[in-house]
Design a protein around this ligand. Structure first.
Ligand SMILES: CC(C)(COP(=O)(O)OP(=O)(O)OC[C@H]1O[C@@H](n2cnc3c(N)ncnc32)[C@H](O)[C@@H]1OP(=O)(O)O)[C@@H](O)C(=O)NCCC(=O)NCCS
Length: 431
């Protein structure tokens, strides 16, 4: 089967809020609030008439029970024309990628020429559930006609049933948290604590340098935090430009306290934030006189068995995306690999370069190729910048496009691992 990539899909604008440690700047905001902020500003900066927009697709991993279709709420809450339909997608940490590739598919089929896509997450605003027993009692009480009946519905409730039930960052199939799965990968692949800490240090150093140099000015908007508007957030608040290997080495392992290597320092932190891109067909961008930041050349999703190495999904997606793009790994100039954990990035790189893995897991005779450390995450990654689950994919796509624009290089690669063993790879091109 041959795959056509024309008409090309252009990224004409990309923007994100500064990312913030959950419970800090945006502690009282929802994912919807953050999504509205970024989409409003994206449209304003692009100068594109909102009437041109034909669809909005948004990713969100932990949805609000009150506004499950965050995408449509963003349309209605930002003054965008109400005629714009909108849908939300949930594909764990690849949710914003899924929003972008779904929007891209609409454009390449000719079903739309202008679509907003992105994602948002608030880990400060996760739904806290009641236990099933208490929830059943509440439903039953609401159906009773008398006060005695209503009280009777709670007769069998015990104090333990009142304990809140918060969503876990854990696989329902394996029961392991992301961190425990990453520990498993570190052990299986021999990724040392020192290697992880070195990688985390690089993430922080590069992110701090990129921030100080003004490199993020075009892709990070200032947020004047509602409703009091007395706090202006201009930069990500998780970057530690002053961290050292010694400081990182002192941190205690979190997910396997006795033998583990993953700490708060070499894991991505719990984060609030939103990011979005404006996509158009190449023809539409040209007609409006807009200069695209880049183009989506190909993408692929794949999944691996969560009982194996949960966060190796990108390794399976990468060769497919490269083949679809007709681009070799060595031709890629800029690589953005989502950093869920340093152990995961280093494991992904190890598998990508392994002939044995290629033969045993990918049905290929040769390794996919070597990842040049100088090409990867030049401006830091999710460990330093933070990782609002639903938004990260859109952050990364914008960063790659801007980096290609800055350097004049041609090809960019995005990879993101996700819960469920899912992974995505996207190939972007400058012109
Ligand atoms: C790892 C995790 C549990 C840490 O959470 P936390 O304990 O709230 O993290 P904190 O920010 O409070 O950091 C803990 C300590 O490490 C220190 N620390 C964190 N990063 C550091 C760094 N780069 N350098 C030096 N010290 C650092 C903090 O200062 C803090 O020290 P303190 O206890 O003396 O105040 C949490 O971030 C997490 O669950 N991450 C994984 C999220 C995940 O699974 N994502 C899915 C991936 S797809």
């Amino acid at each position: 089967m041959t795959w056509q990539y024309t008409p090309r899909v252009a990224v004409v604008a990309g923007l994100r809020t500064p990312f913030a440690k959950s419970g800090t700047h945006y502690g009282h905001l929802s994912a919807l609030d953050l999504g509205k902020l970024v989409v409003s500003e994206l449209m304003q900066r692009s100068g594109v008439d909102p009437n041109e927009v034909q669809e909005l697709v948004f990713g969100n991993v932990i949805p609000s029970v009150k506004a499950p279709n965050i995408a449509r709420e963003i349309v209605l809450g930002t003054g965008l024309p109400r005629k714009i339909p909108a849908y939300s997608v949930s594909k764990a940490c690849t949710s914003a990628n899924q929003a972008i590739t779904a929007a891209s598919d609409m454009i390449s089929r000719g079903y739309a020429d202008t679509v907003i896509a992105g994602g948002a997450e608030s880990l400060s605003d996760v739904p806290i559930l009641f236990s099933k027993k208490f929830a059943d009692a509440l439903v039953s009480a609401s159906k009773q006609k008398s006060l005695a009946g209503r009280l009777g519905a709670f007769a069998k409730i015990r104090p333990k049933d009142l304990a809140p039930d918060a969503p876990a960052i854990a696989e329902s199939s394996t029961g392991l948290t992301m961190g425990e799965s990453a520990e498993k990968m570190a052990k299986a692949n021999g990724i040392t604590r020192e290697a992880q800490d070195r990688f985390a240090l690089q993430s922080h150093t590069r992110a701090a340098e990129a921030t100080a140099s003004g490199r993020f000015k075009s892709e990070v908007m200032p947020v004047i935090v509602p409703p009091s508007f007395d706090n202006i957030v201009e930069t990500d608040n998780l970057i530690r430009g002053d961290t050292t290997l010694e400081a990182l080495a002192k941190l205690k392992p979190v997910f396997d306290r006795k033998y583990g290597t993953i700490t708060a320092g070499n894991a991505s932190p719990l984060t609030d934030g939103a990011a979005a891109v404006l996509l158009m067909s190449e023809e539409k961008a040209k007609a409006l006189g807009l200069k695209p930041l880049g183009f989506i050349r190909s993408y692929a999703y794949a999944a691996t068995d969560p009982f194996d190495q949960l966060l190796q999904g990108p390794v399976f997606a990468l060769p497919i995306a490269l083949e679809r793009a007709k681009v070799k790994l060595e031709e890629i100039n800029v690589i953005e690999m989502h950093e869920a954990f340093a152990a995961q990035v280093l494991s992904n790189i190890q598998w990508i370069g392994s002939k044995k893995i290629a033969q045993e897991k990918l049905g290929r005779s040769q390794a996919i190729g070597e990842i040049d450390p100088e090409k990867i995450n030049r401006t830091g990654g999710s460990i330093a910048l933070g990782h609002p689950f639903g938004a990260t994919g859109a952050r990364i796509v914008t960063t790659v496009c801007n980096e290609l624009q800055r350097t004049g290089e041609q090809y960019g690669l995005v990879t993101v691992c996700a819960a469920g063993g899912i992974g995505v790879a996207m190939v972007l091109e400058r012109e």
